[in-house]
Ligand binder design. Structure first.
Ligand SMILES: [Zn+2]
Length: 278
């Protein structure tokens, strides 16, 4: 349920976001002035009993207020879930009244741990600053206490639609996909998208990523997915899902693990310095 504080008028959000209807009750929302590969796809799934927002963006503007103002939510309880707690997904969580996250990342979210959220934003990536004098270096993910802790196999029930939580660590320790089994749709978050998969951030793990990709390949083998709605970039089909997952598995040898370790070491030093070193 939305709190009253999140419903206060703030017209500045109106042109910050844009939305399009993907299919009946399914919407894609984007942050118009965040122009970078890090910009996520925010998915809104309307259910008969409750609505679900999958990932929340940076949070520079109030997303639930926007969704209410354009008539996409407001009559039912709303749950916001993040597919991982990286800052581009979790930055907007604090605007929502009800929040869900995988168990493995719940403590980091509650701490507002901007090392584990891999917070790294630059001025040039935000084409319209939220206010005069805003600087990206001051951007932080707020600490949020989740209402619901998710585990593998849990069901998020929207009434007429059910989503199964699939714990898919690798990109981060608490990465999840959400599987709409009836419609064979997979919300894949950062586990897989049409681009280079990232396995070199804090809590990333190549071996876990391989297992998660094998699980994705099994979903395709069993014909349980026909469409993938990822956390970044364009949607794709089961064949592309299989190719992306199998390519990762094929390339995740010793050399790749060494390079990933070096990159994670450098990224960790950079993130620590950026968030806590000054
Ligand atoms: Zn992401």
């Amino acid at each position: 349920m939305l709190s009253m504080s999140t419903l206060l008028p703030d017209p500045s959000y109106l042109d910050w976001f844009c939305w399009e209807e993907v299919s009946n009750g399914l919407y894609l929302i984007r942050e118009r002035f965040f122009e970078a590969g890090k910009r996520i796809n925010i998915w809104l799934l309307q259910g008969s009993q409750r609505d679900l927002v999958i990932d929340t963006g940076l949070g520079l503007r109030n997303l639930p207020n926007y969704l209410v103002s354009v008539g996409l939510i407001g009559h039912k309880p709303v749950l916001a879930v993040v597919t991982n707690i990286r800052f581009d997904h979790s930055g907007g969580l604090h605007h929502f009244g009800r929040v869900a996250v995988h168990r493995a990342e719940a403590n980091a979210l509650m701490r507002g741990d901007n090392f584990e959220t891999a917070t790294c934003l630059y001025d040039w990536e935000v084409k319209r600053p939220p206010h005069r004098g805003w600087r990206a270096k001051n951007f932080k993910v707020h600490s949020v206490a989740p209402d619901r802790i998710l585990d593998d196999g849990d069901i998020i029930n929207l009434g007429n639609r059910q989503l199964t939580v699939l714990h898919m660590p690798g990109h981060s320790r608490g990465s999840i996909c959400l599987h709409d089994q009836e419609n064979r749709i997979l919300f894949s978050g950062d586990v897989v998208y049409n681009g280079t998969l990232i396995d070199w951030l804090p809590s990333s793990d190549v071996s876990d990523y391989v297992q998660s990709c094998k699980r994705l390949m099994t979903l395709v083998d069993k014909n349980l997915v026909i469409k993938v709605l990822p956390g970044h970039f364009d949607t794709f089909d089961a064949e592309r899902l299989y190719n992306l997952a199998s390519n990762y598995v094929a390339n995740a040898g010793v050399c790749h693990k060494m390079m990933s370790s070096v990159a994670r070491y450098i990224a960790s030093i950079t993130l620590w310095w950026k968030n806590y070193g000054r």
